[in-house]
Design a protein around this ligand. Sequence first.
Ligand SMILES: [Fe+2]
Length: 296
Amino acid sequence: MFEEAQYFAPVATKDDGSVVVELATSHPGFADAVYRQRRNAIAALALGHTPGDPIPTAEYTDEEHHVWALVTKELAVKHRKYAVREFLDASGRLGLPRDRIPQLQEVGDLLEPLTGFRYLPAAGLVPLREFYGVLADGLFHSTQYIRHHSVPLYTPEPDVVHEVIGHANTLASPRFAALYRAAGRAARQVETDVALEFVSKVFWFTLEFGVMREDGEPRAYGAGILSSYGEIEEFRGMDIRPLDLAAMGTTHYDITKYQEVLFEAASFDHLEDTVGAFWDTCDDDTVARLLAASPA
Ligand SMILES: [Fe+2]
């Protein structure tokens, strides 16, 4: 999932217990009463879920399954061109369905034998400490809804395409899964909100929007790039800088636009030795030192 509050449609529980997802007027599904009703029902499923219980089944329409099939097909072509090998190999092992939206329960059933990760349903924004913290336990909070069928290649918010095609394919790699777990441990090691934000920004510029040098060119491993039909064609033209913890932890980003500044690992080892090692060992003091050394 994405980590900024304003990116998620707010979810409200009314006095009568009903759950309402408050879509912005600019949302492609705003005027579609049937879609909105389903969004409300899917959010209610997540709110009513108890960790450890099977994840409730979300009802999707045929149109929504078609959206999944279309996006899967289009992104697969782009992944072969732009994704790192580790992602492509992991995606091949995971074997997500191509013709229909998988339920999150099924995603966890496919993932767990590979790397131990399971999915948890999220109605919308999950507090940072909780979202990151449970990564250490091999749990990934995920939205269940899918974008509106009128614009299958666009979403203003992180939907199940982002969560599953972007993140689950990555989480199927033992090396990437280890980095997600390290990020989770880091979130539990730090105590101040400042340090937690720093840890989350490093996550943003790596596991959400990271690129890596491979065969002499930048390739994507960040779930945000790998799940975006438009952005995956644009990232090579962005301002790509070398991996730099202090810079990643302090660079401002705008979640509503394509990311203009990206950070590139020279190799997978470089990513692990720099970012993985930071998450493994960081505490409030480590972050304070990096902030002090940052020019920002
Ligand atoms: Fe995400």
